[in-house]
Design a protein around this ligand. Structure first.
Ligand SMILES: C[S@@+](CC[C@H](N)C(=O)[O-])C[C@H]1O[C@@H](n2cnc3c(N)ncnc32)[C@H](O)[C@@H]1O
Length: 362
């Protein structure tokens, strides 16, 4: 079988600040580090030491993020990309604004009592320095500017994650926060991209005019010389814009695993990014792997997913997820087959061919 048809997932318990990977061995990083002061990640029901997000100030938090990003740059090939998702929060609040799941410090529902007490203490004592009370801290911007200034990274895009199903907020003097930020960085001005893979359909009857940027270089040089017509539009569709509306997605974890983790991003994010910025068979890393969403989608799309997380529990969860036929089928957007079980497969690997059935799941 062609190697490119086979995806794999490797789950590693480790520290994002010291990745057990060779220099320049990764094609793409897709990751969502913990948010500042938002939640305590657990291992065996306890807050574990060394996790990012538990720093005393936003400045220390950004320092830690920069150290982790420096490590991502070390393992990234010169042709690679780094996509990082960050949320923001308001100074003086114990929970973030606009976070759409139920695991914020203020509303955490960990059934483990000790864990809950620690969460509450953590929330009470949190002192947010560096921004006046009620100010948005601006964590994503602070981070992105330092990636450019300190790490010399090229910031290719800021993409807004618009959340159509975000939770309501009780404030009455500002807008509800309904988005998070993604940054796309590269090491080099020329890097791998396959953006044709994720072009979008034109709006019906727009005549190809529902975008301000035209599809190909040749077409772009034409624009400006006269009115835009359908013949100028790229037949593969329009370039994705810089606001992506993606609903958050609940993850049902089998009770027997006994693990809570509420911060998974929807599969649609790694799906678009992996298709657009990594080659088939390429290596896709998530150094803050959590439930294993990136590794799962990478495997389903015929890439080699590498998942790193400090929590043994979350590594167990990711191992389940990246081998579960239902999860893999969801990642591939196909219906799971009943007849074919992963027992036939080499552990950690699945052939995309083994999972296909005719229908596309909703
Ligand atoms: C926001 S979650 C990632 C969720 C992931 N995107 C998903 O879809 O499941 C952040 C993860 O980073 C892990 N983490 C925190 N500090 C870490 C560190 N220093 N090294 C590796 N993992 C860490 C936490 O255990 C947590 O699982």
């Amino acid at each position: 079988m062609d190697r490119r048809d086979v995806g794999s997932a490797r789950i590693i318990r480790g520290n994002a600040l010291a990745l057990p990977l060779a220099d320049e061995s990764v094609d793409l990083v897709v990751t969502s580090p913990p948010y500042f002061g938002l939640r305590s990640y657990q291992d065996a029901g306890e807050h574990y030491d060394g996790q990012i997000g538990a720093e005393a100030t936003p400045a220390e938090f950004v320092d830690a993020l920069i150290a982790a990003t420096r490590e991502m740059v070390r393992v990234l090939k010169p042709s690679g990309s780094i996509w990082v998702n960050l949320g923001d929060r308001y100074a003086g609040s114990s929970g973030g604004g606009g976070y759409s799941d139920k695991s914020t410090l203020a509303g955490f529902t960990n059934p483990n009592t000790k864990g809950r007490q620690m969460q509450e203490e953590h929330a009470k004592t949190r002192i947010v320095a560096g921004a006046p009370t009620k100010s948005l801290i601006g964590v994503p911007w602070r981070y992105a500017l330092r990636c450019i200034d300190d790490l010399g990274l090229i910031l290719r895009a800021e993409v807004i994650w618009s959340k159509p199903n975000g939770l309501p907020e009780s404030v009455t003097d500002r807008v509800r926060r309904s988005h998070e930020t993604w940054f796309h960085f590269t090491r080099s001005p020329r890097y791998y991209s396959a953006v044709d893979e994720i072009r979008e359909a034109y709006l019906p009857q727009s005549g190809g005019r529902d975008q301000s940027t035209y599809g190909s270089q040749r077409e772009r040089t034409v624009v400006g010389g006269g009115p835009r017509t359908i013949s100028e539009a790229n037949p593969l569709g329009k370039l994705p814009g810089s606001v992506w509306t993606v609903p958050t997605q609940p993850l049902r974890v089998p009770a027997e695993l006994g693990i809570d983790h509420f911060a998974a991003f929807p599969m649609e994010w790694p799906r678009r990014i992996i298709k657009g910025w990594s080659p088939l068979g390429g290596v896709v890393l998530d150094p803050f792997g959590g439930t294993g969403t990136t590794a799962l989608v990478a495997k389903a799309l015929g890439r080699q997913g590498i998942h790193v997380d400090m929590s043994a529990d979350y590594c167990r969860l990711a191992t389940w997820r990246t081998n579960d036929p239902g999860q893999i089928a969801k990642a591939m957007q196909v219906k799971p087959t009943k007849a074919k079980k992963p027992a036939k497969q080499v552990e950690g690997q699945v052939s995309t061919l083994d999972l296909f059935e005719d229908g596309i799941s909703a």
